[in-house]
Structure formats: C-alpha cells, structure tokens
Design a protein around this ligand. Structure first.
Ligand SMILES: Nc1ncnc2c1ncn2[C@@H]1O[C@H](COP(=O)(O)OP(=O)(O)OP(=O)(O)O)[C@@H](O)[C@H]1O
Length: 319
C-alpha cells in the first residue's frame, strides 16, 4: 500500500456528546490533489488535526506513507507540510525570518535553509515584502506567508485547511496556481474547503463530508453522474406576462423533466440526463405560445450533489 500517502480507517473523534468525526475512512493516493469538501462544521478540520496527531481521537487508525502515524512519528511529520486554517506566524519576525523559523524545524544546515527560504519566498511571490512584519501585510499576503511557512521544507504531503478564506480573487487564483505547481513538482495535496468551485477547479478527486462522515467520493464528473440532474435550464419568459397552469403542465410533460419552478419572469427546469432537453423544453413552451428571452442551460454543480444526498445546500449564501 506504499502508493497511498494517507489511509484513515474508521476514525471517530468526540467532543463530549458531539461526534465531530463519525467513522471516517478515506485514502489519499500519492500524487493526487484530494479535495475534502463539506459545509462549515462537517468535521474537516477535526479530521485533519487527527491525521496530524494534533488531536487525540476515540477510535481509528491512521497511516501516512504506509507507516502508522503517532504523536512521536517525527520522521513522518518531517515529510508533511501543514497550512492551517488560522494564519499562524510570529508577529515579531519579518516575512523572511518567519519562513526561516519554520524551515529550521526540519533543516539545520544554514546554507540549505537559505536556498529553501528564497525558493519559498519566490514561490509565493513575497520578494518585495521579505523584510515586512506580518502586521503590515494584507489578508491575501498573510495567507501567502502562511503557505510559504508550511511548504518551505519541501514536504511530500501538503495539507491545506481552507487556505483561501477571506482572500481577494487575485491572491486566491495565485494560491490555487501555486498549489497545482507544488503538485506537479511531486507533492501529494489534501485541500479542505467549503468552496465547491475551488475544489472542482483544483482537485483530481473529491470527498464530500457531512456530519463527520464521507457521504460521497470521486472525480467531479463521477459525483455529478451519481445524481439524477443532468442540466438546469433557465428561461426568461417574455410573453405572456405570467405563465398559467396550462403552460407549466406542458413543460412538466416534456421528456426528462424532473422539476419546474417559476418565479416570474424566470422559469427553471431541472432535467434528468438527456440528449435533447433544451430543444424539448423550448418546443413545449412554443407549443403553448410562450415567447422566450434569454435561455441558459447549466450542468449540475457539486452543490446539487450535496443537496440530493443530504437534502440541504452545501453552504448558505453568506458562507
Ligand atoms: N474544540 C472543540 N470543542 C468542541 N467542539 C468542537 C471543537 N472543535 C470543533 N468542534 C465541533 O466539531 C464539529 C466539526 O468541526 P470542524 O471545525 O472540524 O468542522 P469543519 O468542517 O472544519 O468546519 P470549519 O470549516 O467551520 O472549520 C463542529 O460541530 C464544531 O462545532
């Protein structure tokens, strides 16, 4: 099983009465970018902290690169880089000194460390800020510093816990590109997020978590193929001013139509997978003399997958 970077078997972590991780099993293959996707509170951070042995747990086995993980497995820990959810850097040190301090935990040779620190600074593009202290950095730059501190020792496995929360779009896209680059350079990546778009863009495989459990896993396309929705068609109704039951019923009767919702002027039709859904829906509308304006057809999202399995949305609008 040496091609597995991480194997978690039946992990349980309780906080008093609350079961934060509830029999979680998962595998991370060497070389992949695994996304752990789940709403806030689904147990992602707790699972990660158990894997890293930062928390004790009630049950379960964890192996990293084929070896049992334990609090004192220092050789294994050296091969892991962690980018925690909360930015954790030293306020009194500059950017360069911070990265060096983290590097020094694993690399004692000063010349080698200088090279690695410079490489990490270049990697997150913080060269212009190398002599700044953290309090002078914006949120996005702080996140980049946090990443540099986690990856400076060139770990084989990199675990990033929601590294783009509260980050501007430009820094976010730089961070995602950087993670892809680390992966091409050979690192296995575990990436937790509640942003489904990010996970879909970045990850080669995705595990969806809810209430401390894995509820589904696969590539984004495999996950979407698991559910009944093939596409969501949105139609702006131009005339008549308001659709009646006759027109709505006509659409419902079209082949593959699963649900029809109408909030004037928009009609939303969810269809099961089919080759001519859009044409069928438009033909149904034309048959009852409905004139359409803008029409769009979208494939299902990972939120649809989550919704279909749990009955709830992956995240509320404010998240
Ligand atoms: N130290 C703690 N004591 C008690 N309960 C906790 C503690 N840490 C987490 N929890 C609870 O455990 C559950 C899982 O939390 P966890 O932080 O692992 O979820 P998450 O998916 O990482 O969400 P988030 O992205 O918000 O961190 C939540 O119900 C949370 O309130």
């Amino acid at each position: 099983m040496s091609d597995m970077a991480v194997v978690v078997d039946d992990l349980v972590k309780r906080y008093g009465e609350l079961v934060a991780v509830d029999g979680l099993s998962l595998e991370v293959a060497s070389g992949e970018i695994l996304g752990l996707l789940g709403p806030n509170g689904s147990g992602k951070t707790t699972a990660i902290n158990c894997i890293l042995q930062l928390l004790t747990y009630n049950r379960g086995e964890i192996r990293v690169f084929g070896e049992p993980m334990s609090a004192t497995a220092y050789e294994l820990k050296r091969r892991i880089g962690v980018v925690p959810q909360e930015v954790a850097v030293f306020e009194e040190l500059t950017v360069r000194e911070n990265i060096d301090a983290f590097c020094a935990l694993y690399v004692s040779d000063r010349a080698r460390r200088r090279e690695l620190v410079q490489e990490a600074i270049d990697f997150v593009d913080l060269g212009r800020f190398a002599r700044f202290r953290p309090k002078k950095l914006s949120g996005g730059l702080l996140r980049r510093l946090n990443i540099a501190c986690g990856i400076v020792h060139r770990p084989d496995l990199i675990i990033l816990d929601e590294p783009t929360v509260a980050v501007d779009p430009q820094s976010r896209s730089a961070i995602l590109d950087g993670i892809k680059h680390l992966n091409t350079r050979g690192a296995t990546i575990v990436y937790t997020s509640h942003y489904m778009e990010e996970v879909e863009q970045l990850c080669t495989r995705i595990i969806i978590m809810d209430r401390g459990r894995q509820i589904a896993g696969g590539t984004a396309s495999e996950l979407k193929a698991m559910i009944g929705t093939g596409e969501r068609i949105r139609v702006e109704v131009v005339s008549p001013a308001e659709l009646g039951e006759r027109e709505l019923e006509q659409v419902r009767r079209a082949e593959h139509v699963r649900t029809v919702t109408y909030e004037p002027p928009e009609l939303v039709v969810e269809c099961a997978p089919g080759a001519h859904n859009l044409a069928d829906v438009l033909a149904a509308l034309a048959a009852v003399d409905v004139t359409c304006g803008r029409v769009t057809s979208e494939p299902p999202t990972l939120n649809d997958v989550f919704l279909e399995i749990t009955g709830r949305a992956l995240r509320d609008e404010a998240a």
